[in-house]
Design a protein around this ligand. Structure first.
Ligand code: NAD
Length: 248
């Protein structure tokens, strides 16, 4: 059987790049889809993944562009085969309290973090149901579960992502397609390193495990949900947060 094709949006990011490596090691043909604008990061990513011998390739994508996502999925299917695994890891923050938030800061975050999930799921779902196999994993956030000061936009998008996950899971369950979300807590990535040190130390003090999460710990969870024999898990949210938020 030829390799299953996996698309990871935000694929050259802190979590996305590690997810690409885990999926490639699990025998998938991986497409790291990300903004082409980040040329320095892209160069570093290419160097990091050179040893994967073509099992990880970069393709430019803006998840906020609805028509562009449809064209992207068609192009990938023609070049590599139909998309069997989609990981939506593209994300941005524009943090500020609601009193200071502009419509642009609200809109930018919703367009990338939530519309982006719709824009990518919409064109892959028909191909997955036709194959009778599909794995969609949406990278949400603990802050979508708890809310976070300065993140009304981000928390709304991330909570919305899980509502989307549960609804789509029901729609495609009979066709061998699972849809789940992973909600990372604070991880050791550029997104979190950008938080002022004092605030970051306060965050770490509130994580029972006593440290930030490592990208590989998120990637391992995604690989698990994307496995061929994970077909009975759907509509679920898997928290990977070091005990920062515990519920059931
Ligand atoms: N790092 C954490 O601690 C953490 C915690 C919870 C949730 N998350 C979520 O995990 C995901 C990955 O986060 P990360 O830490 O790797 O951040 P990151 O900034 O390193 O990576 C995000 C990637 O998304 C890409 N991206 C942004 N806008 C895009 C667009 N319009 N189209 C395509 N790609 C776009 C960026 O270029 C970047 O490579 C995000 O959705 C984030 O919200 C991260």
């Amino acid at each position: 059987m030829s390799k299953r094709v996996a698309v990871v949006t935000g694929g050259i990011g802190g979590l996305g790049s590690e997810i690409c490596k885990y999926l490639a090691r699990a025998g998938r043909q991986v497409i790291a889809a990300d903004l082409a604008a980040r040329s320095e990061r892209l160069e570093a990513f290419r160097a990091e993944t050179a040893g994967f011998d073509g099992a990880i390739v970069f393709e430019p994508l803006n998840v906020a562009d609805h028509a562009g996502c449809a064209a992207f999925v068609e192009r990938i299917a023609a070049q590599y085969g139909p998309v069997s695994i989609l990981v939506n890891a593209a994300g941005i923050t524009r943090d500020t309290s609601l009193r200071k938030m502009s419509a642009e800061q609200w809109g930018d975050v919703l367009r990338v973090n939530l519309d982006g999930v719709f824009n990518m799921c919409r064109p892959v779902v028909d191909g997955m149901t036709a194959q009778g196999f599909g794995r969609i994993v949406n990278i949400s956030s603990v802050n979508g579960q708890t809310g976070q000061f300065g993140q009304t936009n981000y928390s709304a998008a991330k909570a919305g992502m899980h509502g989307f996950t549960m609804a789509l899971a029901r729609e495609v369950a009979k066709k061998g397609v699972t849809v789940n979300s992973v909600s990372p807590g604070y991880c050791n990535t550029p997104m979190v390193q950008a938080v002022p040190e004092e605030i970051r130390n306060q965050i770490i003090a509130n994580i029972p495990v006593g440290r930030l999460g490592e990208p590989r710990e998120i990637a391992r969870t995604v690989e698990f949900l994307a496995a061929d024999d994970a077909g009975f898990i759907t509509g679920a949210n898997i928290p990977v947060n070091g005990g920062y938020f515990i519920d059931f």
